[in-house]
Write a protein that binds this ligand. Sequence first.
Ligand code: WT7
Length: 654
Amino acid sequence: MAKLTKWVKEDTDNKFVFWPTEEMKKRAWISEESIYKEAAKDPVAFWAVRAKEGLEWFSPWTETYQWNPPYYKWFVNGKINASYNALDRHMKTGRRNKPAIIWEPEPVNEPKRVLTFNDLYCEVNKFANVLKSLGVKKGDRVGIYLPMIPEVQIAMLACSRIGAVHSVVFSAFSGESLKSRMQDAQAKVLVTADGYYRRGKIINLKANADIGANDTSIEKIIVVKRAGNEVKLMEGRDLWWHKLMSKAPLDCKPEPMDSEDMLFTLYTSGTTGKPKGIVHHTGGYLTVALWTSKWDFDLHDEDVFWCTADIGWITGHTYACYGPLLNGATILIYEGSLDYPQRDRLWEIVEKHGVTIFYTAPTAIRMILGWGEEWLEKHDLTSLRLLGTVGEPINQDAWLWYFRHVGGERCPVIDTWWQTETGATLINSLPGIGPFIPTVAGRSFPGTTHDILDEVGSPVKIGEGGYLVQKSPFAPGMIRDVYKDPERYKSQYWSIYGDKTYYTSDGAIKWDEMGNIRLTGRVDDVMKVAGHRLSTAEVENALTQHDSVAECAVVAAPHDIKGEVPIAFVVLKQGTTSSADLVSKLVKQVVKVIGPTAKPEEIVITDSLPKTRSGKIMRRILKALVKGETVGDTTTLMNPETVEDLKEKVGYTR
Ligand code: WT7
């Protein structure tokens, strides 16, 4: 395939602006700038057209949008089923025998698995019947704690088929993390696996699942046999997936769900130690999952879409399950590590399966960039047509490298801003319209409105920064509640600027007249560690559970590859002496309680933490220290001498 060189760029001052080529425009579902204005004229009508055109409803809605701040509803009284729309619809078309899921296992010699829409349909029907036979009913919560294997999509779609609410927990989270989420969700059944491969080793997932199921309402655990490692099954509670499936009937009628019935909850970190269950409902979520997949990635029938995100995150839910499948598109999922057994594994996968759309996180791009171009050069990557990024701000160098070396300057880079709470992408450029500007995500998706406000709630001017908010009509896929905690829903999202303005907790800059937006990162105590969302309070909770810790404070420090990393300041209990051994035990403690993603980059043992006279820890000072910024005024501190001491200890006189 010839290299396209038609990108118009203004590379003066090291500023780049790229526009779609004629070829890209011709291919794209959307290539007219006017879509933004048309949608803005009547966003509710715009979404009504999308919901009607894209999805099959069992019965129509009576009201498109209802708003009782801070709550809103979409497609009120409409009846719909997610699994029916992702599967049954395609059974009547030529897509029936098209691959729905291509699964690449981590061990190189193990064959891939391909499930056609027909296969997936059969498996989902059977597993839906399995769940029913175990007493799972509409509205019941089902925990899913699985690695990236097709059973994860099967389990999710089976839940949605019978109206059960799935709550997926990232398989690299610890048993303890699983437990607190299952307790909150009051799950009846948990679906897990014996183990999975990670860098050539088998991780015993079932052992973690056992910890997670303790002291919960889980009655049954269904275990997928994936890695063949030895596991203990508890008589009467634990059941093998394959045994249940071998007896399950093939037909399960999809449950007609109300548009505003819950489809799933997904736990995410907030500013407190307790993760919150983000609630997503059915009709609105399906609408945005479908249309953002189609328009952002210019998804067509011949595409192979590889979203590298784990299913345990919202990105996996929307772009490695619901979105592409609703479009009848083929998704590729990969079990293991991108660099196993070598640093070109991911490019080998792209080449082998002819991946056309590749969607990953800036962290991964920065890591791959560091490995050098020789790993890419071994492979033919010309199947790639479009590149995406998500999860954290991307720096210009990484953006340009991705564009040049991975995309060969043929592929637009779509930088998508969104959150677990928003269900689907919201701010990004569209591939047939552009522009594509490194570090600038783009414009609000048609039919949605964002603004950037200052401290007092006035919109900032072009070129200025402030806080990103969303305005009514809220995108159909937006959060409906925090599971069993409406107070947290109200205080987190609807208190800063009142109950009519959704507060994102992100900083942003108004880039230009066109409405482009540059995201600058979280403004609360939520870290993005290698794209993973984590609260500093969670890490603190994990550390204070250790016997030798008296007190601690965790802050995020900037990191070249991971974006941010947690740094812990720890005061030991009287009589405990600091040692390398103790420090490594503390690190292990965090991994045990939360999982490896939360591993502190550094633990600084100190005699005291900087505090105000009223005893409050001054995080502002710790943040400045780890960023190498000037600490500023310390006169209000109870113990200013601590700051001097910490300055030396941190070693961050950067
Ligand atoms: C936070 C949400 C949404 C899927 C993955 C993350 C940050 C997300 C971008 C982007 C700059 C971004 C924000 C946001 N974020 N995408 N393209 N540019 N920042 O979901 O775990 O809920 O995290 O990720 O800070 O608030 P999440």
